[in-house]
Design a protein around this ligand. Structure first.
Ligand SMILES: [Zn+2]
Length: 598
């Protein structure tokens, strides 16, 4: 058996580990390279082995640097199953759909701005490639040995990093390897804590924070953020919080709620979540409570349904946020400002010294986030420089990566102890420092592999192979994202053929209650037009809820409370299929209704 490091070696991103066995080729993670240009350009290179020769992929979690390259592999011939947990399947579908849109949009901007190297400007992959990828997800449960056939089995153990994140133990007739995935801190603010996986002779461990210890929270929690919010609001500015759409947005909302409740930031400042991906991910986290994935002491509605919280999905509303009438807090992605709507906010907000940008996590080398934290005085957006005058702040308490001591604890708990540890997923200094710490404290053989390095793994007698339960792997869970449109139980009341991802209806001047209701009616009709793009089994339920709601809205002086409740019911139903174009569109449309109603 051999292991080749095709990413996250010498860098933090692009996780891809290739296992070659006689007659079987398995890829663990398929991450996108992000950050420095020399790495990003690798995304465009031919994959080192033909994607069609890979039999299956196993995903540790849904961050783009672990799953973002999947659509490129599928486009180039990969057809096998992609094994992952339920949470990862849900979140990765959202992440990839967003990545597809971003790729397409950036190619378009580059074309319009004339700064592409390609003519015409090309996206790395398209939404259509993503739509061929998500049906390949096959869900496996946590803490269960799952048979992948021919003596190969995997076990997913909670990693406590983001929803669905797992460490993967891969057991084969040739030996066993444990992949840490990204590891969370001991106490994730929202998720159930990480577990201890079965040990293996070979262990790959991440080292994002391998050279650092998180500071012990001195004094008040998140004081850096609270203080920055207070002084920004006091000088009439607005606060921009770049945050990963997945997980970080949830944790930031929880922290803001707690700060508000403690009276440490003003209560009347509106908070906007401006990221369609974050809004979709919020729905997955809400649903996760019912699946027992959240901490027992957490009530998600306490911080996902804040008063003054507005979820922005419409691009026009998004642009309007750049010049708010009064100070506000905007949470937008991506977290390292490598793409997404946060770029438009930065472009508009950086030149005003009253504003403040608060970073909430690790900023990779070469990202805009890192440059701003390092004091860059001007920044280029869409080919044009803007001055950086806004205040730049970092709140280091949000990290969901284990620090060096956490990582050592995870290794120490493994039984049996590994023969060889491969330190990956860190910048060079960080991986080297962590490797030295492992040698010192645990006296193990430690290697910091190079990019594309290939190592031979030989069987060892000190571990027990996994003993899978037959049949579990056969359970297909992710439904096809784009079912052929079929008739809905009620005839849709729009005349035009619906298209997936339809834009929100243009808002007319609506200053009376009747006008608002008219507007809601248009939104509902558009949403009904999206029903055929839901998975078949969801169509009847969502259609019925939407038609009921439409009836209510068209009635004489409809009860606003009842309309809101109806919207919530339909929103929840559609959120269950948010990885499909229909689900995404309906969720985005319905999220608009509360704003119309004021
Ligand atoms: Zn991650």
């Amino acid at each position: 058996m051999s292991l080749t490091f095709l990413g996250a070696a010498g860098t933090v991103t692009g996780s891809k580990y290739l296992i070659d066995l006689p007659g079987r080729r398995i890829l663990v993670d398929a991450g996108m390279f992000q950050g420095e240009k020399e790495w990003r350009e690798m995304n465009w290179a031919d994959f080192p082995v033909p994607p069609s020769s890979i039999d299956e992929i196993i995903l540790t979690h849904a961050h783009a640097d672990h799953c973002g390259y999947l659509p490129a592999l599928v486009r180039d011939g990969f057809k096998g199953p992609i094994w992952c947990t339920y949470g990862t399947a849900k979140l990765a579908s959202i992440v990839l759909m967003d990545a597809g849109h971003i790729q397409e949009r950036e190619a378009q901007y580059a074309q319009e701005g004339g700064y592409s190297k390609h003519d015409p400007a090309l996206p790395l992959y398209t939404v259509a490639d993503v739509e061929k990828t998500t049906p390949l997800f096959k869900v496996v449960p946590f803490d269960t040995d799952v048979d992948l056939g021919k003596g190969i089995a995997i076990r997913m153990t909670r990693a406590g990093h983001i929803l669905g994140s797992a460490s993967v133990t891969l057991s084969t007739p040739e030996g066993s390897v444990l992949f840490s995935g990204d590891l969370g801190r001991i106490d994730h603010p929202v998720l159930r804590p990480r577990g201890t996986p079965p040990g293996s002779p070979y262990v790959l461990i991440e080292s994002t924070y391998g050279d650092r210890e998180h500071p012990d929270a001195k004094g008040l929690e998140h004081e850096a953020m609270a203080d920055a919010v207070r002084r920004t609001i006091a000088r009439g500015g607005s606060v921009l919080i770049p945050a990963f759409a997945i997980d970080r947005t949830e944790i930031v909302l929880k922290a803001l709620t707690e700060l508000r409740e403690a009276g440490r930031i003003p209560v009347d400042v509106p908070i906007y979540v401006n990221s369609p991906m974050a809004v979709a991910a919020l729905a997955v986290y809400r649903e996760a409570e019912g699946r027992g994935e959240l901490r027992d002491d957490i009530q998600p509605e306490d911080f996902f349904n804040l008063p003054n919280l507005r979820e922005i999905t419409d691009a026009e509303d998004s642009k309007r946020l750049n010049h708010p009438d009064h100070p506000s807090i905007i949470i937008s992605s991506s977290g390292m400002a490598t793409g997404g709507r946060v770029l438009h906010h930065l472009e508009a907000m950086l030149p005003d010294q009253r504003n403040c940008v608060i970073f909430t996590g690790y900023q990779g080398v070469g990202t805009r986030g890192r440059s701003l934290l390092e004091g860059m005085k001007q920044m280029k957006f869409r080919g044009r420089y803007v001055p950086v005058k806004a205040e730049i702040v970092s709140d280091g308490e949000f990290s969901v990566h284990a620090d060096a001591s956490d990582l050592i604890d995870w290794l120490r708990d493994l039984s049996p102890q590994p023969e060889t540890v491969f330190v990956t997923h860190g910048e060079e200094g960080s991986s080297d420092a962590f490797a030295a710490k492992i040698r010192d404290e645990l006296h193990l053989t430690v290697v910091v592999p190079r990019y594309k390095e290939k190592v031979t793994l030989t069987p060892h007698g000190t571990w027990a192979p996994l003993s899978p339960v037959p049949g579990l792997a056969q359970e297909p869970v992710a439904e096809a994202p784009v079912p052929a449109p079929r008739p809905v139980p009620h005839p849709p009341s729009v005349l035009h053929a619906p298209s997936p991802g339809a834009k929100l209806p243009v808002r007319k001047v609506a200053d009376t209650h009747a006008d608002d209701m008219e507007q809601v009616e248009v939104i509902l009709e558009t949403a009904i037009g999206q029903v055929p793009f839901l998975p078949e089994e969801k169509q009847a339920e969502v259609s019925e809820l939407l038609h009921e709601l439409l009836g209510l809205v068209r009635g004489e002086s409809p009860d606003l409370g009842a309309v809101r409740e109806g919207v919530n019911l339909a929103l929840y139903a559609a959120a269950g299929a948010v990885e499909t174009p229909g689900g995404q569109s309906i969720v985005a449309l319905l999220a608009h209704v509360p704003k119309v109603l004021g």
